[in-house]
Design a protein around this ligand. Structure first.
Ligand SMILES: [Fe+2]
Ligand SMILES: [Fe+2]
Length: 214
């Protein structure tokens, strides 16, 4: 069977469709089982519940950014292999998006109101990363995953110790992100210059601080 050739316009339309799906929490995913499905809900004070909801909102926004980064790179990346890899990675990340949203619903809280903004910004960054070449683009993925893993460790330490449901979700996400990082390295990711890593770190701090509250 002949492989279909997608024009830039086709990809852009696909990109818009993906963005709408992500922002409506209907992104493509693998339908993996919710990691906390067998764990009973903990008794939490109102203050604890709000704190956990803030952390889960940050993680949900982080996953929105991951979707946008992968989609942006998938649109522009030069090699077909990397393009496909990015689209598959976005689908895998789709499960994380579903889990974070589910946890937020369980905590009777909301996703960040600024998600459309974060999606747009991250999509543009993804496109730029995709333009500079596949090895850099993969380097960008590896670094993003490294930073996400670090955040997840902080969040795991900051959760009320009896909130095992949130803990289970974050632990599974952390394992998956490590897998994504290793895959990007195996595909030939380049180590990014220190100033780019630092800029990424600053941006993610701004996201973390705002998404916790709004
Ligand atoms: Fe993720
Ligand atoms: Fe990931």
């Amino acid at each position: 069977m002949r492989e279909r050739h997608y024009t830039f316009l086709d990809k852009l339309c696909l990109g818009i469709d993906q963005a709408i799906r992500v922002l409506q929490n209907t992104a493509k995913n693998n339908g993996k089982v919710y990691p906390a499905s067998q764990i009973p809900e903990a008794e939490m004070s109102e203050k604890e519940r709000q704190h956990v909801a803030g952390l889960m909102r940050v993680n949900h926004t982080g996953e929105i950014c991951a979707q946008a980064l992968y989609h942006g790179q998938g649109v522009i990346s030069r090699s077909r292999e990397v393009q496909q890899k990015m689209q598959l990675a976005a689908i895998e990340e789709g499960d994380h998006l579903v889990w974070c949203k589910q946890r937020l619903d369980e905590l009777d809280s909301h996703t960040s109101y600024l998600n459309p903004l974060w999606y747009t910004g991250s999509f543009c960054i993804g496109m730029v990363a995709g333009m500079v070449g596949d090895a850099w683009s993969l380097g960008f993925v590896a670094e993003t995953e490294r930073q996400v893993i670090k955040h997840l460790s902080h969040h795991l330490a900051s959760l009320p110790h009896h909130d095992l449901r949130s803990g289970e979700v974050l632990k599974q996400m952390q394992m998956d992100e490590a897998h994504h990082r290793d895959e990007a390295i195996q595909l030939g990711a380049k180590d990014l210059p220190a100033w780019i890593k630092m800029t990424m770190g600053v941006m993610s701090k701004v996201m973390v601080k705002t998404a916790y509250w709004v």
